[in-house]
Design a binder for this molecule. Sequence first.
Ligand code: ATP
Ligand code: MG
Length: 327
Amino acid sequence: MERMVSGIKPTGRLHLGNYIGAISQFIKYQEEYELFIFIANLHAITVPIEAKELRKNTKDLIALYLACGLDPEKTTLFLQSDVDAHAKLGWVMTCTSYVGELQRMTQYKDKTAKGESGITAGLFTYPPLMAGDIILYDADYVPVGKDQTQHVELTRDLAERFNNRYSDTFKIPKPLTTSVGQKICSLQDPTKKMSKSVTDPKGTIDLLDDPNVARKKIMSAVTDSIGIIQYDPENQPGISNLLTIQSVLTNEPIESIVSRYQGKGYGELKKEIGQTIFDFLTDLQSKYKAIIESGKIDEVLKQGAEKANYIANKKIRKVYKKVGFTL
Ligand code: ATP
Ligand code: MG
C-alpha cells in the first residue's frame, strides 16, 4: 500500500465544507492508502492562540473525525507534539532552507505585504517544518488543495537537497490534487466558499451547529429569481450549491434530484435538504458526544503516537547519523 500523510491545523470549528471537501475524502483514502493524519499543533502556534482554545479545538477535531468515520485501526491518527521527531527534523529542514525561498512562500509574503504586525518567526519557518512532517514518513502522496501546491514543491526541493548533500535518505513525495472534492459555498453568498475564517454564521453550517438551527439556515439560503431547479453554478450558484450538498450527503446523483423536482418550487427542495442536514448532524453529533464521553480519544492518540514514533524515530536516527550528530 502506498503511504499518504496529511496534517490538520486545530484552528477554528469544522464546517460542512470541511466535511465534504476534506474529511469525507480521508474516509475514502483510508481504504486505498496507508494513511497518517496528525493534528498539526506545532503549526497552530505560529499565530497567537489561547491554550484553552487549542485544547478544545484538538479534542473536537479528533472526535469529529472519528465520528465521521475515520477508523483508527486503518489510519494512524496522532498529535504532532507527541512525536518529537517532527521538531527535530523541522530544525534540520530549516537549516536546509534558504531565506530567499522562504520569503517567496505566499502566506508569509501576503502577510508581510499587508504590513501585518506581530508576525512570528515560526510563521516564516513553518514550511520547512511541514516538509519534515511529510518526509519523516517517506510519504508517497500528500493530498493538497490548490493553495498548498507551493508547499509540496518546497518539500520536494528540500528532500532532494538533503539527499544530494548527504546521500539518499528521503522519498520524494508527490502532491495529490483533490479536484474531485466538491467546493461548498456560503449559503448567504453562494459565489464565495464556505469558510471558517470569514464571519458568516448564517452562511456557514458548523458540524456542531444545533440541527434545528442548521435546518433554518438551509431554509433561508440565498437562491435566485429564475425559479427552475437545475444545476447551473454559473447562473444559479445558490440552487447548485444546495443540490451539491444534497447529492453528496445522500449519494443521489444531481440529475436524479433535478428530475424529481421538475416543475416544483425552491421551498420544497429546501425542505428536503433541511431534513437531510438535520438527520446528518443529529447522527454525527450523537456519535461525537459518545466519543467525547468514552475517553476513547486518549486511547486512539496513544496508539497513534506509538506507531508514528516507531517510524519517525527510525528516520530521525538515520538523519542524525548522516549530518554527523551521532558519533
Ligand atoms: P480558512 O478560512 O481559515 O482558510 P477553511 O474553512 O478554508 O479555513 P481550512 O482549514 O483552510 O478551512 O481547510 C481544511 C480543509 O477543508 C482543506 O482540505 C480545504 O480544502 C477544505 N475546505 C475548506 N473549505 C471548504 C469548502 N467550502 N468546500 C470544500 N472544501 C473545503
Ligand atoms: Mg482555507
